[in-house]
Design a protein. Structure first.
Length: 266
């Protein structure tokens, strides 16, 4: 059993009604198998004022399983923060695997960087300090500039692309096995459209925060004002995923109060 587990991961994060049940899952299935590097990163992140943004370890465990299931080798992550999901991905993909990791904030990435280096997975990571959307557009045009050598629900393009084939170079289009979308929710649909082109058929995308703190099912009057915009976006996004014929989806509630919607392709 992990000491101070309740201090590191607030049980109140979970959608599960019972905090004891959430702790049971963490202590029985998650912590015993969590790599030491990820435990260390969780502890390093715990003192950050925005520590709640970090991927919850039980969600990370599912992500690692999904990465293995699709034999992910080339992945992309939008929204790194201090990086729990990033070394998790790097430790899970094969030795010659690559992750393009994008975040507007290099400072938070650098908090977790020593752990990434210690884990010996820095070579698998291309960190790009940028807004995510222009980088996705550059990837589609094969003009991505890598800023440095560091250099993450589920969604599978059924036809391995979303049109516009004539405009794209072959290198990036249809080449990614896996994507983790954990950045600004206002752009999720924009990310989705680009990822439909960047992902291989059979690739998988995990979207975080699709239940937006559980507010998607709350009566409007009970939703705090500062969550309303994201709640509306999440509701629209979930409807759009549900009616998108290009993908197969699964909407999972785990870890964080707002875990992801899953989609998968043929
Ligand atoms: C929820 S955190 C990511 C958590 C991380 N995946 C983890 O495992 O701990 C969201 C991150 O997205 C970044 N972000 C927000 N808007 C962005 C954008 N437009 N483009 C790129 N990154 C963005 C923020 O700087 C923040 O670090």
């Amino acid at each position: 059993m992990e000491q101070n587990a309740k201090k590191v991961t607030s049980p109140s994060k979970g959608l599960l009604q019972s905090e004891d049940l959430y702790q049971y899952i963490l202590e029985t299935s998650v912590y015993p198998r969590e790599p030491d590097f990820l435990k260390e990163l969780r502890h390093v992140t715990a003192s950050h004022p925005r520590a709640r943004m970090a991927t919850a370890p039980d969600a990370g465990q599912l992500m690692a399983l999904l990465l293995k299931l699709v034999n992910a080798k080339k992945t992309i992550e939008l929204g790194v923060f201090t990086g729990y999901s990033l070394p998790l991905t790097a430790l899970t993909i094969p030795e010659d695997g690559k992750i393009i990791a994008i975040d507007v904030n290099r400072e938070t990435f650098e908090i977790g960087l020593p752990v990434i280096k210690k884990a010996g997975v820095a070579d698998k990571i291309d960190f790009i300090e940028s807004e995510a959307l222009p980088v996705l557009d550059q990837l589609l045009e094969n003009t991505t500039m890598r800023s440095s050598h560091f250099s993450f629900f589920l969604l599978l393009p059924l036809r391995g692309g979303g049109g516009g084939e004539g405009m794209m170079q072959p290198e990036n289009k249809g080449s990614f096995d896996f994507a983790f979308i954990n950045a600004d929710s206002v752009n999720y649909w924009n990310y989705h459209e680009r990822l439909m082109k960047l992902l291989k058929a059979g690739g998988l995308v995990v979207y975080d925060n699709t239940l937006w703190k559980g507010t998607v099912a709350m009566p409007d009057a009970l939703v705090p004002e500062f969550w309303k915009q994201e709640r509306e976006l999440a509701i629209e996004l979930n409807k759009s995923f549900a009616s998108d014929p290009r993908i197969q989806i699964s909407h999972a509630s785990l870890g964080d109060v707002s875990q992801s919607a899953g989609v998968s392709t043929e």
